[in-house]
Design a protein around this ligand. Structure first.
Ligand SMILES: Cc1cc2nc3c(=O)[nH]c(=O)nc-3n(C[C@H](O)[C@H](O)[C@H](O)COP(=O)(O)OP(=O)(O)OC[C@H]3O[C@@H](n4cnc5c(N)ncnc54)[C@H](O)[C@@H]3O)c2cc1C
Length: 499
């Protein structure tokens, strides 16, 4: 493999992590990025002295970053900070609020009134989710599959005790342990992090309750999430990796068996021995490789995760009543969940998440001010294509937030940026504006997800959300490990110390 060159298309977290692993293995790497900044969805908005992380605001499974650090034999260039408490859930009834702790005694006291015996029930629930996690992590999540046969024979090795979970939803599984609707709803929120709802997410994902409450909790990074991107880019650049910004790959050239070059929007050709695509693995196959299986119509038939509607506000006062991570729910959880991804009606009484960015990262707002991020999951562009009402939708959410927190936020806004699914689609090439990529139904997992090895071109590979294993930051790091294993197996490696 000596001297082999790899072009990585996209500088999202998966593209950056893959590049780090590849230079450690002696490859020469260059990155081509559509936008003028690295990071993809994990980006940064700066406006009028306020700073906002564009997408992710916290993550679980921080040990995946430790695994990456061990793999490249370098310390992480950022500092992880564990969240305590995890988050706060606000219901619409006055004063009805729950603080969600990892500590089971504290959590049990939050639910003492609504769920008698909560602690024992939670222990039983977490024991099952722990078993599920340990029995599937290395078999299913951290595994490449070469064929359907390989996948099927791996699935059979999962202990039979977990099989009923394949046929239950997240909600059904949680309901087997808890009677209180509030407890069921709150424990199910993690399925929204996967971009689905508890009513359509398979119960195998209850293993996330284990990662949430026991195994690791949630983490942020000192100075904000974008520190991860800055740190990785700096590490790559100091090891000779060049990132070419404002370079969008729109076409390819091939000799049949192999990809010969990539073509950018200015018709410039980029040639390499090996190619790794961090652009969405399903979208790229359709849009750039023009594969019929991934045509727009065929992609529309797949299950996609939520589209984000995001608001970034600079506020001319402090908001001490708001906690760092807040979920604002109402009393119609089931009805709302059923409509949320397909109906515009759901926006009239939106559920949303609010992160007070400057509570944790003080440099994110000028003295005495606050920067806040609001995320509302909305229908993707298949179900709502016109977002000319984005201003009204944002105003309705901000008015609701003011009413529920007691601050007149509308009067105090000095900076406002809104991203609808249209902007998310256009900026990062996300199919129909879906924020987390392909959904996680049983038919879109493991071997059934778009592979990280191209079906046709031997020297083409994929990393990121819509390929193996799935979406979210820890999965992107695992994805970088899986694709690197593929490349190393085929082309070899010469371990090289990084500066
Ligand atoms: C609003 C929102 C909130 C989220 N919150 C969380 C959270 O709290 N915790 C969590 O773990 N996850 C969260 N996620 C999910 C997380 O952001 C993603 O799973 C992760 O960042 C995806 O990384 P990636 O590398 O796979 O893709 P991306 O970040 O999308 O990177 C792909 C890169 O490829 C570039 N690109 C695309 N097409 C081309 C092309 N043709 N040519 C050149 N470059 C191209 C893009 O510009 C982009 O930089 C959130 C996502 C969103 C949208």
């Amino acid at each position: 493999m000596k001297g082999k060159k790899i072009l990585v298309v996209g500088s999202g977290i998966a593209g950056l992590a893959t590049s780090l692993r590849l230079i450690r293995r002696g490859y020469e790497v260059e990155i081509l990025e559509k936008n003028s900044m690295a990071g993809g969805r994990m980006n940064l908005i700066e406006e009028n002295g306020f700073k906002f992380d564009t997408g992710p605001t916290f993550f679980s499974m921080s040990y995946e970053f430790d695994e990456l650090a061990a793999d490249i034999q370098k310390e992480l260039p950022f500092e992880l900070k564990e969240l305590n408490p995890l988050y706060t859930v606000w219901y619409d009834e006055p004063g009805k609020r729950y603080t969600i702790y990892k500590d089971l005694d504290k959590l049990a006291s939050e639910f003492a009134k609504v769920e008698p015996g909560f602690r024992e029930k939670m222990e039983a629930y977490l024991e099952t989710t722990a078993r599920l996690y340990y029995d599937t992590e290395s078999l299913i999540i951290k595994n490449n599959f070469d064929s359907l046969m390989d996948y099927a024979s791996t699935l059979i090795r999962v202990p039979m005790v977990h099989f009923p979970k394949l046929f239950r939803t997240f909600w059904k599984e949680v309901s087997r342990y808890f009677k209180s609707e509030d407890v069921r709803e709150i424990l199910s929120l993690v399925s929204f992090f996967l971009g689905g709802t508890p009513f359509d997410t398979p119960s195998v994902f209850t293993m996330l309750s284990f990662t949430e409450f026991v195994h690791d909790g949630y983490y942020n990074v000192s100075g904000g999430m974008y520190k991860i991107v800055e740190g990785f880019v700096q590490m790559l650049e100091s090891n000779g990796v060049k990132v070419h910004y404002n370079t969008e790959i729109v076409d390819i050239e091939t000799n049949g068996a192999e990809l010969q070059s990539l073509v950018d929007q200015n018709n410039r050709k980029w040639t390499s021995d090996i190619y790794v695509i961090n652009s969405d693995a399903a979208f790229f196959r359709g849009k750039v490789l023009k594969r019929e299986k991934y045509s727009e119509e065929n992609l529309d038939r797949k299950r996609w995760t939520m589209a984000p509607f995001t608001i970034y506000l600079g506020i001319n006062q402090k908001l001490p009543e708001l906690k760092m991570h807040n979920y604002f729910l109402r009393g119609n959880f089931r009805e709302y969940s059923d409509k949320i991804y397909t109906s515009q009606a759901s926006l009239e009484q939106a559920y949303y998440y609010v992160n007070v960015v400057s509570r944790f990262n003080r440099q994110a707002a000028p003295e005495g001010k606050e920067s806040i991020f609001i995320l509302c999951p909305v229908p993707d562009l298949r179900f709502k294509s016109d977002w000319s009402d984005r201003g009204e939708i944002a105003d309705a959410i901000i008015t609701d937030l003011s009413r529920r927190t007691g601050y007149d936020i509308n009067d105090k806004i000095i900076s406002k940026t809104i991203l609808s699914p249209i902007e998310w689609r256009d900026k990062f090439n996300l199919h129909r504006g879906s924020g987390l990529g392909l959904g996680h139904s049983m038919r879109q997992m493991g071997y059934l997800r778009p592979s990280n090895r191209d079906e046709k071109f031997e020297n083409l590979f994929y990393t990121g959300s819509s390929t193996l294993p799935g979406t979210g930051i820890p999965m992107a790091i695992i994805s970088s490990k899986l694709v690197t294993e593929r490349i190393e197996k085929k082309y070899g490696s010469i371990l090289t110390d990084l500066h």
